[in-house]
Design a binder for this molecule. Structure first.
Ligand SMILES: [Zn+2]
Length: 92
Protein backbone atom coordinates (compact mmCIF):
# COMPACT_ATOMS: atom_id res chain seq x y z
CA UNK A 1 0.00 0.00 0.00
CA UNK A 2 1.31 3.45 -0.84
CA UNK A 3 2.21 5.68 2.03
CA UNK A 4 2.28 9.42 2.31
CA UNK A 5 3.73 11.90 4.73
CA UNK A 6 1.25 14.18 6.37
CA UNK A 7 1.52 16.96 8.89
CA UNK A 8 -0.95 17.12 11.74
CA UNK A 9 -1.84 20.63 12.83
CA UNK A 10 -3.89 21.90 15.73
CA UNK A 11 -7.41 22.78 14.56
CA UNK A 12 -7.60 25.59 17.12
CA UNK A 13 -4.43 27.53 16.38
CA UNK A 14 -2.74 25.82 13.42
CA UNK A 15 0.41 24.85 15.32
CA UNK A 16 2.36 21.91 13.92
CA UNK A 17 1.98 18.84 16.12
CA UNK A 18 3.48 15.81 14.38
CA UNK A 19 4.69 14.60 10.99
CA UNK A 20 3.34 11.16 10.23
CA UNK A 21 3.91 8.48 7.65
CA UNK A 22 0.49 7.21 6.79
CA UNK A 23 -0.43 4.12 4.82
CA UNK A 24 -3.28 4.52 2.39
CA UNK A 25 -5.50 7.55 2.02
CA UNK A 26 -8.29 6.90 4.48
CA UNK A 27 -9.27 8.75 7.60
CA UNK A 28 -6.78 9.28 10.35
CA UNK A 29 -8.15 7.34 13.28
CA UNK A 30 -4.99 6.23 14.96
CA UNK A 31 -1.38 7.43 14.96
CA UNK A 32 1.11 4.65 15.49
CA UNK A 33 4.14 5.88 17.37
CA UNK A 34 6.55 4.01 15.18
CA UNK A 35 5.24 5.91 12.14
CA UNK A 36 5.68 9.37 13.66
CA UNK A 37 8.65 11.16 12.09
CA UNK A 38 8.74 14.37 14.07
CA UNK A 39 9.14 15.86 16.61
CA UNK A 40 12.06 14.16 18.32
CA UNK A 41 10.47 13.97 21.74
CA UNK A 42 7.77 11.71 20.36
CA UNK A 43 10.26 9.61 18.43
CA UNK A 44 12.00 8.96 21.72
CA UNK A 45 8.78 7.59 23.19
CA UNK A 46 8.94 4.68 20.79
CA UNK A 47 11.17 2.79 23.16
CA UNK A 48 8.55 3.00 25.89
CA UNK A 49 6.69 -0.23 26.22
CA UNK A 50 3.67 0.62 28.28
CA UNK A 51 0.60 2.66 27.50
CA UNK A 52 0.82 4.27 30.93
CA UNK A 53 4.11 5.88 29.91
CA UNK A 54 2.34 7.79 27.18
CA UNK A 55 0.87 11.21 27.72
CA UNK A 56 -2.04 12.74 25.94
CA UNK A 57 -0.97 14.21 22.62
CA UNK A 58 -1.72 17.91 22.82
CA UNK A 59 -0.90 21.14 21.04
CA UNK A 60 2.22 22.71 22.55
CA UNK A 61 0.83 26.17 21.91
CA UNK A 62 -2.76 26.09 23.16
CA UNK A 63 -3.06 22.74 24.94
CA UNK A 64 -5.81 21.44 22.67
CA UNK A 65 -5.94 17.65 23.08
CA UNK A 66 -5.65 15.81 19.78
CA UNK A 67 -4.85 12.20 20.69
CA UNK A 68 -5.31 9.78 23.56
CA UNK A 69 -2.85 7.03 24.49
CA UNK A 70 -3.88 3.69 23.10
CA UNK A 71 -2.39 0.31 22.46
CA UNK A 72 -3.07 -1.73 19.38
CA UNK A 73 -2.51 -5.36 18.55
CA UNK A 74 -1.27 -6.09 22.04
CA UNK A 75 1.96 -4.09 22.01
CA UNK A 76 1.89 -1.36 19.40
CA UNK A 77 1.63 2.07 20.94
CA UNK A 78 -0.62 4.56 19.25
CA UNK A 79 -2.64 7.70 19.78
CA UNK A 80 -6.35 7.49 19.16
CA UNK A 81 -7.12 10.74 17.40
CA UNK A 82 -9.88 13.02 18.65
CA UNK A 83 -12.18 13.94 15.81
CA UNK A 84 -12.23 17.63 14.96
CA UNK A 85 -9.22 18.47 17.10
CA UNK A 86 -6.68 18.49 14.29
CA UNK A 87 -6.16 19.35 10.67
CA UNK A 88 -4.00 17.42 8.25
CA UNK A 89 -1.85 18.73 5.47
CA UNK A 90 0.38 16.98 2.98
CA UNK A 91 3.97 17.03 4.17
CA UNK A 92 7.13 16.46 2.17
ZN1 LIG B 1 -3.22 24.76 19.32
Amino acid sequence: MASQTIDILCSQCGTFIVRYKKKGSGQLIRLYLDMIKEPDFISRLKSFSSKSDLQVLACINCGNRVGLPSIHGGDRLAYRMIKGSFRRKRGN
